[in-house]
Write a protein that binds this ligand. Sequence first.
Ligand SMILES: [Zn+2]
Length: 298
Amino acid sequence: MAVQWGYAQSDGPHTWFKNFPVVAGKRQSPVNIVSKESIYDASLATNRLTISYGAETNMLVKNSGHSIQVDASDQSEIFGGPLSGKYRLQQFHLHWGTTDDVGSEHTVDGTSFSAELHLVHYNFKYKTFAEAINKSDGLAVFGVMVTIGKEHTGFKHITDLTSNIRQTGQSNRLSEPFNPNCLLPDDTSSYWTYEGSLTTPPLHENVTWIVFSKKIHISREQLDSLRSLQNEGGEPIGNNYRPPLPLGDRKIRCSFKKRSNTCLNVPEMSGACYLVAGAVLGVAAVVFTRFLNHLNVF
Ligand SMILES: [Zn+2]
């Protein structure tokens, strides 16, 4: 029988270590992304992350008791960026707060967002998700930060179904073809990536995380419809996020440059460089002036 776990005081993340010793591992997720300590990696831009999602019909939307989850078939794949080989979309789900100021699993410079969308992919060399889930290079997950704003028309197809799947175990199918691409930020070229784990049991340490720097927006009504879903005990699902774990020795790479506060190792002239350059220019000016004097130009 599967081990019971949840997000309540009795079975929440602080208790997971009892059944999952990997909690003490060195590459657990989520983490707090400190943007100024992330390292720009030009190879991420040259070997571009490619997202090739297709529209699917009859996608299954279900209340897992921990989240809302939408299962994908095998039409959607990703490759490039930090990934070796092709990964296929297995499912996507969300984490959210009972209040707007919390909900995301990853935080950026200590800031939480109202929700976080996860798109879970498996390495296609393993043929199935079940085969890949415990392989060292088995999984790649997209993290998309969600804030409150305008209604998200793509998400509406999913949030419109919540009243039909209020109880744990209930499911419903999307009536129209749905392309998960509509849930991604407009710009998917800017992201952070690091080696981490599943954020829910069994917490396997085999996930290449790709967390986009651009956010998406959903309306408060849409977020409230997620909050209306119920867990196994009949309580509203919310605060279904794991708090950040220590980054340890890991480095977070980023695919994008920013002039300030993001990537430390973007080659830029340091203060010392400016001093040296100024001194060289000064000496050159003196030499040139002497040369001109020598020619009696003045
Ligand atoms: Zn997740």
